[in-house]
Design a protein around this ligand. Sequence first.
Ligand SMILES: [Fe+2]
Ligand SMILES: [Fe+2]
Length: 327
Amino acid sequence: MYTTELQKTAKVVSTEDPEKLAAFEARVAADEFIEPKDWMPEAYRRTLTRQISQHAHSEIVGMLPEGNWITRAPSLRRKAILLAKVQDEAGHGLYLYSAAETLGTSREEMIEALHSGKAKYSTIFNYPTLTWADIGAIGWLVDGAAIMNQVPLQRTSYGPYARAMVRVCKEESFHQRQGYEIMMHLAAGTAEQKRMAQDALNRWWWPSLMMFGPPDADSPNTAQSMRWRIKRDTNDELRQKFVDITVPQADALGLTVPDPDLAWNEAKQGYDFGTLDWEEFYAVVRGEGPVAKERMKARREAWESNAWVREAAAAYAEKKAARKEAA
Ligand SMILES: [Fe+2]
Ligand SMILES: [Fe+2]
């Protein structure tokens, strides 16, 4: 699948006007932002549309595992924080759909692609949230991994995407801290609470590492994306960074990272860690995640049962426009 995609990319690039392509690449190399009305190679437009819309879908689907806990948060304070966090994710989805729309694909097309199963979203959201500690682990690890992925995207070459990321990253850092704070309380609580925290870490650790995508060797799109500065770091580089930052955080909590191969490597000044279960990753990508069907069902139901809101908003906009015209 990846090879075909790469071949397609190569073919499309070679059919572009060489002068325009060279001028485009020179601008990107000079770290200039590419804006919606600028000329861009079709493969750049396509890659970005896919990446930004997948990112938008991930934000929206990502509301589900946590939304599930809003009514069961252990205190009013926790409920208010979680509500704000889930609402932020909706906002991220909206900025990102808007950014993707500037590339010429409508929001309806993107939503349709998500609901029909054609479009992908982050595999992490197809895992269930079994206990309150999962909300802590998600904030700490999943939002933590998201930050690691997204901070470099503030300098991605496509202007609207880069600008959306500035605000998203500020909010993500609040998400990461609220998750870590939940883990701090649980890890310092009763024996049962500590067990819950450890269990959540055990279940979310490996899926979080998978959030950086397949190993560089199996990710042939990476080279082209780095050249066009859509990506600024490779999957493996970001994964390593995440492990190096997160392991000491687990130590501070008194929790154990569930990886017997984890060891500090003095020479590389980073941790060595075990091999990820890529079979599981590709299965989840194919839609075989533990709660994948549930997630899509929830999305489709929300879309259908809230159709009246879209219809009312459109009718109101029409009425307002008609009144303006009459005046
Ligand atoms: Fe987000
Ligand atoms: Fe977040």
